[in-house]
Design a protein around this ligand. Structure first.
Ligand SMILES: C[S@@+](CC[C@H](N)C(=O)[O-])C[C@H]1O[C@@H](n2cnc3c(N)ncnc32)[C@H](O)[C@@H]1O
Length: 268
């Protein structure tokens, strides 16, 4: 772990992205301030919990695909969030025990809970880096202590790029991260969009942005598509994450199109 020895300060007076997301996912690692804003948000946009759950399910399917079918054995998961039942390393190592994962986040509460993410199989490895997405070079340098950056890496940017207000800045962060990874690496990404539930989702995001120190910005799918420029986008392309290769046994599930688009793409 980096910077982990200093006792982190928890601010329970303002809502945090990781904690509210955890609340919507049904987790317990959140505070009254997170639940209050989470409830205000959900009153305006009740489907946020459906979006959150589909988003995690997409992550699980995509990570499993990358390990089993694309042969990826190392992941860099930036914007980790709070530990849940099926974290990236558990999903990846269930498919191949020797997979290595580096988690990155800059929320002190995620850091406090990082121990739950450091439960690697003996064959693999997990590490946690306390770092800011806005400093890609530092992230890459720290990740290099655990990952072999000459071998393909699965770069995971799930529900974090929407926290970068300026789309061009978000694109340039993605470019810088990918530039440091070899050919055959993959980008796995998804973020909230504004094309299916438009006004209700936007209104709820307005509540979030009025209350939280870290704003979130819904994107149009054509904006998210710019993260994928120059990459080989895998079928079925950039789609509502509920529609990305739904599991064959998902017939009974609510597979409506959710307002979060995701994709998996390969660096040529
Ligand atoms: C909505 S949560 C998503 C968690 C997880 N990726 C998922 O999709 O389930 C966003 C996460 O990104 C983290 N985050 C936001 N901005 C960040 C930044 N500039 N640097 C590092 N982490 C950041 C937050 O602390 C939070 O844990």
């Amino acid at each position: 772990m980096t910077e982990s020895d200093a006792a982190p300060k928890l601010d329970t007076s303002v809502p945090h992205s990781a904690r509210v997301w955890n609340y919507w996912l049904g987790g317990k690692d959140n505070f009254p301030v997170d639940r209050a804003v989470g409830d205000d948000f959900a009153n305006l946009y009740p489907d946020i919990t459906v979006v959150a759950r589909h988003s995690r399910a997409f992550l699980k399917r995509a990570v499993t695909f990358l390990v089993k079918d694309a042969g990826i054995r190392q992941f860099l998961d930036i914007g980790t969030g709070m530990p849940t039942a099926e974290n990236t390393h558990q999903v990846a190592q269930a498919a191949a025990a020797d997979t290595k994962i580096v988690y990155v986040d800059n929320d002190p509460l995620v850091l406090v809970h990082a121990r739950a993410l450091l439960t690697s199989t003996p064959e693999g490895r997990t590490d946690y880096v306390d770092a800011n997405l806005h400093e890609p070079a530092k992230i890459i340098e720290a990740a290099g202590a655990t990952l072999d950056l000459k071998q393909p890496v699965g770069l995971i940017l799930m529900n974090i790029l929407g926290h970068v207000p300026d789309i061009d800045q978000a694109i340039s962060i993605v470019r810088e991260l990918l530039a440091a990874l070899p050919s055959g690496s993959y980008l796995l990404t998804a973020d909230g969009t504004n094309v299916i539930d438009g006004p209700a989702f936007e209104e709820a995001i307005g509540v979030w942005n009025a209350n939280a120190p870290l704003t979130y910005h819904l994107r149009r799918p054509d904006e998210i598509a710019r993260y994928l420029d120059g990459l080989e986008v895998l079928e079925p392309g950039l789609v509502p994450c509920s529609k990305w290769r739904p599991a064959p046994d998902a017939a009974g599930e609510d597979l409506r199109e959710v307002d979060e688009f995701g994709a998996v793409a390969r660096k040529p």
